[in-house]
Design a protein around this ligand. Structure first.
Ligand code: ADP
Ligand code: MG
Length: 698
């Protein structure tokens, strides 16, 4: 059977086409106004929309509806209610009211709130986000919603993202006005997130409690073959994986997700999916759906999808590349160097805003990608370093240099007249995409933020990006609005800011030790771990920024900080306890069994008078015994420290303890376990090895 993709695409989405077909003209117009201009939605309108939505959903086989939201857990949440409504005579009708569409009241008490609910109200509510289409998943009508406390504090990842989009819209339009672009009604940020993941056979997954409890392996010796031959990247896709990818595409297309590219990644068993970009809000919703569908579809193929940033030590981990740009409702990409000098002047101002933003708020960008899982990648010579810097590519860096030096970029001797008269060279994708070690790279008409972890929502990094760029645009607009001679003021501003923030631009190898030294000399931050990074989130500078642009109140910011700290400590604690249990239950037993066999062999041989050839067994026994003893010692220390952690009350101190003490305790235990794994015969070793797991999908 051939598939009609154009018919399949969006078939489970209550999208514009469906709305147009099914809503009365007036209702459609009113809803469009809400979606496009952010106008408030009247309950009368909602009532009509709800009715049409329900009829459509029932035709699609739906029996339930849910307010689909994104609490601070980083995954999505849903509580299903059926459409049924009792009628006389023991019957039911299917009903869905306007009120049910716009507002829900899930019991919020079990979602992380970082103390917010204690301060305010115990209950929370969800509110429909009409800018993201409703869709059907699992016979349920899913309504994308924001999740807030009763007093309006955001308890989720969507609300602040929408707020940050409003902030950058407002400031970017001020700047555009200065360039005479009065027709722009709305400025939108766009995102295309490339998603990496691993696929392993479910039998392997089920045999590894560390994967089940923590999402990553806590032990495992390096396999004889890893990614050394670089033969997996873009390699032929195995039939099982190919079948999975095909089905995943179909499921995503039905949901209106623009799944576009799929290929094998660097590590064995690692793959990537990239969508075509959309508005940041929808891209974020769709990335959550993509991660969810990856897991669901994998299980149908008896495979398990691992989204953890570092499932296997010594093997490349997974990340997400957040391709980000700013566009107008008139279809102009503001990060696209224009064809005319005036367009270029505008581009250069936006570029300068991004450069200044990244330099001034390196810490917030770093915080936005910080997690226990991502700590394994950033700075580990496989993902961008923990130091935030920007890569512009040769042509654009030449332009920046010439502006700073006051020379024409084409002829270094000629004076640059004015930015408003600059004709930029055409910036080719090829030269801008060369540096794969840069955390933040210009790629022709967008920036690619490459430090994101694979498992996390992309909401956080985009909240930060939108807000910090809004802040710089605000400052620029304020300065330029006052100028008597706009062109002159623009020249001055761009030159001044590029000079002041040039240090953030680095086109070299981000993995090298020299860069660490050089970055330090430049005064760039090197926040190596989540615990190092998180405090920046609640600095006065950060509080002022987010408050000014209406993205986070102080309380919201503090609560998020607390949630992240707590999450970090909990993750490490679970990992530590899982490792203890695995070693105690099975590894010690396997080591003893092996030692017993060796001892028995020695005894047997001795009894037979073969003393001379005992050397092999004796050596092995001695090594195994040594490893077991040190493993046992390290395990006791880990257990003692887990206990000690229980008595630490301050959340930052506790996270620091997990980072400094527990993680290093775990590493010590692991070292002995991995050495034992290499020695002990496979019929005794109780767990599948890295080789078996990584090559489990044939
Ligand atoms: P590649 O990185 O494979 O060369 P591209 O650079 O064309 O491919 O695109 C990578 C991702 O960037 C895709 O998800 C694409 O849709 C997205 N992208 C392209 N243009 C934009 C834009 N203006 N804003 C946001 N994302 C974009
Ligand atoms: Mg890319």
């Amino acid at each position: 059977m051939t598939m009609n993709v154009t018919e399949l695409f969006g078939s489970k989405v209550f999208n514009d086409k469906v709305m147009k077909e099914r809503l009365p003209k007036e209702t459609y117009k009113a809803l469009k106004k809400t979606i496009e201009d952010g106008a408030e939605l009247e309950l009368d309108v909602a009532k009509v929309v709800a009715h049409a939505m329900k009829d459509w959903a029932i035709e699609q086989g739906a029996t339930h509806f849910t307010h689909w939201f994104q609490p601070m857990t980083g995954i999505t949440a849903e509580k299903h209610d059926s459409f049924i409504q009792p009628e006389d005579g023991g019957k039911v009708i299917m009903s869905f009211s306007g009120k049910e569409l716009v507002k829900g009241e899930p019991d919020a008490s079990s979602f992380p709130s970082g103390g917010l609910r204690a301060t305010f109200e115990a209950r929370g509510y969800t509110a429909w986000d009409p800018t993201s289409y409703a869709f059907i998943k699992d016979d349920t009508l899913c309504i994308p919603t924001a999740f807030c406390s009763y007093s309006g504090e955001a308890l989720d990842k969507k609300t602040p993202l929408l707020r940050s989009m409003q902030a950058i819209d407002k400031q970017a339009r001020r700047v555009l006005k200065l360039f005479g672009n009065d027709d722009v009604k709305r400025v939108i940020t766009t995102v295309g997130p490339e998603q990496e993941y691993f696929l392993i056979d479910t039998d392997m997954y089920n045999a590894r409690p560390d994967l089940i409890y923590t999402g990553r392996t806590l032990f495992g010796a390096k396999p004889p073959k890893g990614q050394e031959l670089d033969d997996h990247y873009f390699g032929t896709i195995k039939p099982r994986v190919s079948a999975f990818m095909k089905e995943l595409d179909e499921e995503l297309w039905k949901l209106g997700v623009l799944a576009k590219t799929k290929h094998n990644e660097v590590a064995p068993a690692q793959h990537e999916l990239a969508p075509i970009f959309s508005t940041t809000n929808i891209a974020t919703d769709h990335n959550q759906l993509t991660m969810e569908m990856m897991k669901v579809v994998a299980s149908r193929h008896h495979m398990t999808c691992l989204l953890h940033e570092k499932p296997f030590e010594g093997v490349n981990g997974s990340g997400k590349h957040n391709n980000w740009s700013i566009s107008t409702d008139t279809g102009l990409n503001l990060l696209e160097p224009g064809k005319t000098p005036s367009k270029n002047a505008q581009f250069l101002l936006f570029l300068t805003a991004v450069i200044k933003a990244v330099d001034e708020y390196q810490d917030l960008l770093r915080v936005s990608v910080a997690s226990a899982g991502n700590d394994h990648r950033l700075g580990a010579n496989e993902a961008p370093p923990a130091i935030i810097s920007m890569f512009l590519g040769d042509e654009l860096e030449d332009v920046v240099d010439s502006i700073i030096e006051g020379t024409d970029y084409t002829d270094k001797k000629k004076k640059l007249m004015s930015i408003g008269a600059t004709v930029l060279p055409s910036i080719s994708q090829d030269t801008t995409d060369r540096n794969r070690t840069s955390p933040f790279a210009f790629t022709g008409n967008k920036f690619e933020f490459r430090s994101l972890g694979s498992a996390a929502s992309i909401s956080g990094p985009n909240i930060v990006l939108n807000t910090i760029v809004a802040e710089e645009l605000d400052i620029f607009a304020t300065e330029l609005e006052k100028a008597k001679d706009f062109d002159k003021a623009l020249d001055k501003l761009v030159k001044r800011e590029l000079t002041a923030h040039k240090r953030i631009i680095f086109n070299g190898n981000g993995y090298s030790d020299e860069w660490v030294k050089e970055a330090k000399k430049r005064g760039l931050l090197n926040l190596r771990s989540t615990v190092d990074a998180l405090p920046s989130f609640v600095s006065d500078k950060s509080k002022d920024l987010f408050k000014k642009h209406g993205v986070f109140t102080d309380v919201e910011l503090t609560s998020r900080y607390e949630i992240e700290l707590e999450k970090y400590s909990k993750i490490i604690d679970i990992e530590a306890k899982t490792l203890v249990s695995i070693v105690k239950k099975d590894i010690i037993g396997a080591a003893s069994e092996y030692e017993t066999i060796l001892a028995d062999t020695i005894n047997t041989k001795t009894a037979c008078g073969l003393k001379i050839s005992n050397a092999v067994e004796e050596n092995r026994l001695e090594s195994a015994n040594k490893l077991t003893i040190s493993m046992d010692k390290d395990l006791s220390r880990l257990e003692k420290d887990i206990k000690k952690a229980e008595s630490i009350e301050d959340s930052l101190e506790l996270a620091r303890f997990h980072h400094d003490v527990i993680i290093s305790d775990m590493e010590s235990v692991r070292e002995s376990v991995d050495s034992l794994e290499v020695m002990i015969p496979s019929n005794i070793w109780p767990y599948p090895t890295y080789g078996e797991i990584l090559y489990s999908v044939k």
